[in-house]
Ligand binder design. Structure first.
Ligand code: ZN
Length: 143
């Protein structure tokens, strides 16, 4: 037990605590992390992620209000719809909405925008459900 503690101490001895880089913060961080837990949101990687999440949130709100015109065809969500289709094959709008945990109305707007951009085509099953499929060029890209 004592030996284990000794190893543990050796491992961390080289890792001297350093102050958080937030101006005026005196909290020490370990493992060469630049920010303490209180200021980790200032880390460029984290701010980048939060920015991207914020823009997804704004896009979703806009699509809910304005429909397909607000869709960013090269954005994260449109890409997710295409990826879902390339992974699982043709899907109904309802099924896509369920799998991506998005409102059907929102998913419908993405499908309309993607169809207009020529990335997907839609058709009806004999049970009159609307199916979405990748266009040929996207299929080849996915393969
Ligand atoms: Zn700090």
């Amino acid at each position: 037990m004592e030996a284990t503690n000794q190893n543990h101490n050796d491992r961390y001895r080289s890792d001297r605590p350093a102050p958080c880089v937030h101006p005026g913060c005196t909290t020490s961080t370990r493992e060469r992390k630049p920010y303490c837990t209180e200021h980790v949101r200032e880390h460029p990687y984290v701010t980048d992620l939060l920015d991207r999440l914020g823009s997804i949130e704004r896009e979703l709100a806009a699509v809910e209000r304005r429909g397909k015109r607000a869709v960013d065809i090269d954005g994260v969500l449109a890409t997710e719809v295409l990826r879902e289709l390339s992974l699982h094959g043709d899907r109904t709008i309802r099924r896509l909405a369920r799998d991506l945990a998005l409102p059907t109305k929102v998913l419908d707007a993405y499908v309309r925008a993607l169809a207009k951009a020529g990335r997907v085509t839609t058709g009806h099953t004999n049970r009159n459900r609307e199916m979405v499929q990748l266009t040929e060029s996207d299929r080849e890209e996915a393969a």
